[in-house]
Design a protein around this ligand. Sequence first.
Ligand code: R5P
Length: 265
Amino acid sequence: MEWGMKNRLSRLIQPDGKALFLPIDHGYFQGPTTKLEKPGETIKPIVQYADALMLTRGVLRNCIKANIEKPIILRVSGGSSVVGEDLANETIITSIEEIIRLNASAVSMSIFVGSKYENQTLKNLARLVDECEEYGIPVMAVTAVGRELEKRTARYLGLCCRIAAELGARVVKTYYCEKDFNKVVNGCPVPVVIAGGPKVGSQLEVFEFVYDGLQQGAIGVNLGRNIWQTQNPVAAIRAIRAIIHDNYTAQEANELFNKLIAEKD
Ligand code: R5P
């Protein structure tokens, strides 16, 4: 592996082999998502606990200070919206020159396996990998399900992750699933991180799926709404960080979470 690629990956994946990515890219298809109306304000108290920040160039340029120390994962696919015909109809929306100009440590883009736009989005990935590898920039593939959240089974996610890795993604983001998540990770030859999806009922549930996902081989998370849409984003991200980097169990993380909230009050 080239030095530049190694250097960028080592900024994202920490010396313990784990990673906590904080995505705030949701506006690229959802518009001003709840609690992300002013992304710069949303991340102020929590970004220090993340290993990297994932976002689009528009939010990066307009809402994030250029002296930020966290590595940037630039979301470079898009072109569809929640009110449009099909969320899967994505293209690459940022040039390689812009990726380099913005000093991105990595890029991310979505693939929609099994959708009408499967071929298009897989070709997007292959082309992006070709361009980014030339400059030592890792590509993180996002195995997107659009509105079809029920697609989150080990069989489907395993298929998506493997295809993404075969096409050259250096990291794959997927969803956690309760049954056979280890098969998703074991069938994927590159590191896997877990996304959260829509906000779940209790914070303990989040700690449980993060803990379980890590036990089954994921290296960390790319988790947004279940952090910054919650009542206590700082306590939430600190507890998740403790699971990822300090080997806390879900229960221990929950205790830390409650302690941090009590201290705040
Ligand atoms: C959605 O596709 C976005 O790319 C998010 O980055 C991703 O889903 C992770 O965020 P969340 O944990 O809110 O699902």
